[in-house]
Design a protein around this ligand. Structure first.
Ligand code: SAH
Ligand code: SF4
Ligand code: F3S
Length: 436
């Protein structure tokens, strides 16, 4: 009898990929995925700690699961991911019905931890030590797209951020291992890989082969059958001329750069410990566009960072106007455990944060629409990923520039690169027509 696992995933692609790995590892010990909570023998919450109330959200979600656990004491309830790494055994104190708490480095130990629950009341694994070889048993929802972790952790300590405390220090995977994994995926039908890391541009392999991020891109570009290479995220301070030139030269590396700026004023960037200036950032954008004229640039913005004056905020708005991003993610600053900015003077009231956030979102919505309108009438290569649930006989896919396009088409096109002419622009997606 197969057992069933239900996983709820919060957070970034790193967490999504961790979930794919957990499903893969669990499969080897007889578990399969279920969509329904009631059916599950094991429920895992893969948590994210990046923004406010993450802990509160976890405990309220656990509260909702409690009756299920009371009805079925044999159900295993586990918490993993970044909040687990941060809250540690405190989770057992606040929610004593939880069976398993495991941090961000414990995935390969999951079967062993589950087994230990046969003879122990609960299991806790929070090792800081990174696991060496990433599991090959990765479960993927989509047949032709895959993530590959290239670097884990972060050394940057931006003053607002919890990640260095939940994911530990930077550690690159050997490039030979990454290239082998990519080859294996391509043999399995994968056309597009996304290289994952909190800071992919600081990738370093001290062993041999591709020693830097540009070298790694070159090695991956040489894999026959692979069509698209993406990566997320790169820190602006490490965006070298060499990386720009290499991207422009390599046909498989997609014309999209997610380059989080966070704030437009040097005063705030300095307080955030971002280690670059507005001027440096704008110069990088300029160089990216000079080398790859059609490149899409996207970003992350934080508003209401402690000490952000009105004039600083105006500079965030002006950077949006100046760069004209293809899309952005914008957030209110929130205090996170361990992150230094929590103790900074000049914390901004919520009402001010909310007003600023709305201003950012309104301005960007207009820019999105204007920029998307410029694409109408042009034809792009699209990788159709799924049938659109809302409109039948419609597919959703992405251009190399990461724009989402919906167009009429059937299942037979899934996983084939097709030319699509853009017919209509919306703020957050495009409509197109398949070119026969
Ligand atoms: N390593 C990535 C960021 C990962 S976190 C990078 O440096 O680009 C994703 C985004 O969450 C960040 O870019 C930032 O905009 C936002 N974020 C992180 N900590 C935050 C906090 N304390 N409050 C609000 N937003 C935050
Ligand atoms: Fe957080 Fe900064 Fe590291 Fe990104 S680079 S994960 S924002 S500390
Ligand atoms: Fe969240 Fe952890 Fe990712 S805090 S954003 S899941 S690294």
């Amino acid at each position: 009898m197969m057992k069933k696992v239900h996983i709820i995933t919060y957070g970034c692609q790193m967490n999504e990929h961790d979930t794919e790995q957990m499903v893969g590892v669990l499969h080897t010990v007889g578990y399969k995925l279920t969509e329904t909570l009631e059916e599950a023998d094991l429920i895992l919450l893969n948590t994210c700690s990046i923004r406010e109330k993450a802990e509160h959200k976890l405990y309220s979600q656990l509260g909702k699961l409690r009756p299920l656990k009371q009805q079925r004491p044999d159900l295993i309830l586990g918490v993993c991911g970044c909040v687990a790494q941060q809250e540690k055994e405190q989770i057992f104190k606040r929610a004593p019905y939880v069976d398993l708490v495991m941090g961000t480095n414990a995935i390969p130990k999951l079967p062993m931890l589950l087994e230990s629950l046969d003879y122990l009341p609960r299991a806790l694994e929070l090792s800081e030590i990174e696991w060496e070889d990433e599991s090959r048993n990765i479960f993927r929802e989509c047949r032709f797209k895959a993530f590959i972790t290239i670097i884990r952790g972060c050394n940057n300590f931006c003053s607002y951020c919890v990640v260095p405390y939940t994911r530990g220090r930077e550690k690159s995977r050997p490039s030979a291992e990454i290239v082998a994994e990519a080859r294996h995926l391509v043999e399995d039908g994968v056309l597009e890989i996304t290289l994952l890391g909190q800071n992919v541009s600081s990738y370093r392999d001290s062993s041999y082969g591709a020693s830097s991020f540009p070298r790694l891109l070159q090695a991956l570009n040489a894999i026959e059958g692979l069509e698209r290479i993406r990566f997320i995220t790169a820190h602006p301070k490490d965006l070298t001329d060499e990386l720009i030139t290499t991207m422009a030269e390599l046909p498989k590396v997609c014309e999209h750069f997610h380059l989080p700026i966070q704030a437009g004023s040097n005063h705030v960037l300095h307080l955030m410990n971002r280690k670059y200036s507005r001027e440096w950032y704008l110069d990088r954008v300029h160089r990216l566009r000079a080398a790859m004229p059609g490149i899409a640039i996207t970003t992350d913005i934080i508003v209401g960072f402690p000490g952000e004056r009105e004039q600083d905020f105006q500079q965030t708005l002006s950077i949006l106007e100046e760069v004209r991003y293809d899309s952005i993610f914008a957030f209110n600053y929130s205090i996170r455990p361990n992150a230094k900015a929590g103790d900074f003077p000049g914390q901004i009231p919520d009402e001010v944060k909310n007003t600023r956030l709305q201003q950012v979102l309104d301005l960007q919505k207009q820019i999105n629409l204007e920029k998307n309108s410029e694409l109408v009438g042009k034809t792009y290569e699209v990788l159709p990923e799924m049938i659109n649930r809302r409109f039948p006989e419609t597919l959703t896919g992405r251009t190399r520039t990461n724009h989402v396009v919906t167009f009429k088409g059937d299942e037979s096109l899934l996983g084939r690169l097709v030319p699509v002419k853009i017919t209509e622009a919306h703020p957050f997606r495009l409509t197109g027509q398949l070119i026969a």
